[in-house]
Design a protein around this ligand. Structure first.
Ligand code: SAM
Length: 290
């Protein structure tokens, strides 16, 4: 034997485990897990139980791409295509605002104020989070949801079909396209109007930071002072709200005073502002006098 025969083959490098993939991504643990779930199709419990096993190559590749996009700032909700709102899973895409926990306060307040059988209007429905939650929580409510964006309405329709299919099929939940009050018939009247409209000032530096960079600008910005959409909604509510009916509006933490003044000027009564979980003024409601 010459001693120069077949060299020993180097062993194949072992595929990284699920746990290793998550750690090496450089993402916070929870985010990495959520994206691993998405990339692998395995549930979180499975990934925890099998964390030290080798990840399959296709899932590892898909996860690497999601992790890269996340490191570049894309919101987790757009990467997974879902966001939980009041215990329900909503589809989201870059065509809609990602529903925020603050908006749950608006829905809870609407549920407290809506009388049995009330007709409710959600202006600027986006993913449908407000309107669909109301229709699901209370089967006595009749809910109309509008948006100017046809792309947003397509997302809202898919959410409505999945989460409130019967309400949509029966017409108890309606989706309509249009610019604020143009989506509503001249003769239509409601017991309660709720809206989380755009309320960020054009040029606000926050628009260039975090998740906001990826969300639709028309869902965020409302003129130079951020109040244009709130003004348009308040202006039309007098006509379409029944006497004794409620208007509920989400707004920026520093817009409560201006909004209360707008509502008082428009003749509303019982005007009050509620704070969100961060103790910031977030939802203002008002009643049309009897
Ligand atoms: C802040 S997002 C709220 C979305 C959803 N209601 C939520 O709370 O997650 C505002 C929504 O208002 C819609 N919108 C903006 N301008 C509008 C207009 N002039 N008429 C109707 N909808 C409008 C946007 O397309 C967007 O879906």
């Amino acid at each position: 034997m010459s001693g120069r025969g077949a060299a020993a083959q180097a062993p194949e490098p072992a595929a990284p485990s699920w746990e290793r993939l998550a750690l090496a991504s450089g993402l916070p643990r929870l985010e990495a897990r959520v994206l691993l779930e998405r990339a692998s199709g395995h549930r979180r419990e499975w990934l925890i139980a099998h964390g030290d096993e080798a990840a399959d190559a296709r899932a590892a590749e898909a996860f690497a791409e999601l992790a890269r996009r996340r490191r570049d700032g894309e919101p987790v909700a757009y990467l997974t295509g879902t966001r939980e709102f009041l215990g329900r899973e909503f589809e989201v895409s870059p065509d809609v605002l990602i529903p925020r926990p603050e908006t749950e306060l608006l829905v809870q307040t609407a549920l407290e104020r809506a009388a049995r059988g009330a007709r409710v209007l959600d202006l600027g429905t986006g993913s449908g989070a407000i309107a669909i939650s109301l229709a699901c929580e209370r089967d006595d409510l009749r809910v109309v949801a509008t948006d100017r964006s046809t792309q947003a309405l397509a997302v809202a329709r898919r959410n409505a079909q999945r989460l409130a299919g019967e309400a949509l099929a029966s017409g108890r939940l309606q989706l309509r396209q249009g610019n604020w009050w143009e989506a509503v018939d001249a003769q239509e009247r409601f017991d309660l109007v709720a809206s989380n409209p755009p309320y960020v000032e054009a040029g606000d530096p926050h628009l260039a930071q975090g998740d906001l960079r990826f969300e639709p600008i028309q869902a965020l910005v409302a003129g130079p002072d951020g109040l244009a959409a709130l003004r348009a909604i308040v202006a039309g509510t007098g006509r379409h709200l029944l006497r004794g009916g409620w208007l509920l509006l989400e707004h920026g933490f520093d817009q409560g005073e201006a909004l209360r003044a707008l509502l008082a000027d428009a003749g509303f009564a019982s005007i009050a502002t509620l704070c969100d979980a961060a103790a910031l003024p977030r939802v203002t409601f008002a009643r049309k006098p009897e």
